[in-house]
Design a protein around this ligand. Sequence first.
Ligand code: ZN
Length: 63
Amino acid sequence: MSDVADRANDLADLQRDQALEKVPRYAGVSAAYCEDCDEQIPDARRTAIPGVTRCVVCQQVIE
Ligand SMILES: [Zn+2]
């Protein structure tokens, strides 16, 4: 009988853990490729500017 109770507790713990993981992950996601010219955006730029979607050249053109 105790085995059944343990499994029920494990299941409850698992569901609680999954609920706690519902944290937004979309914030600050940088694009791997420029949305204008499709050139690859350097990792350094993607890290320096969270959410960046354009390469240096295209960003300068827009600004
Ligand atoms: Zn570009």
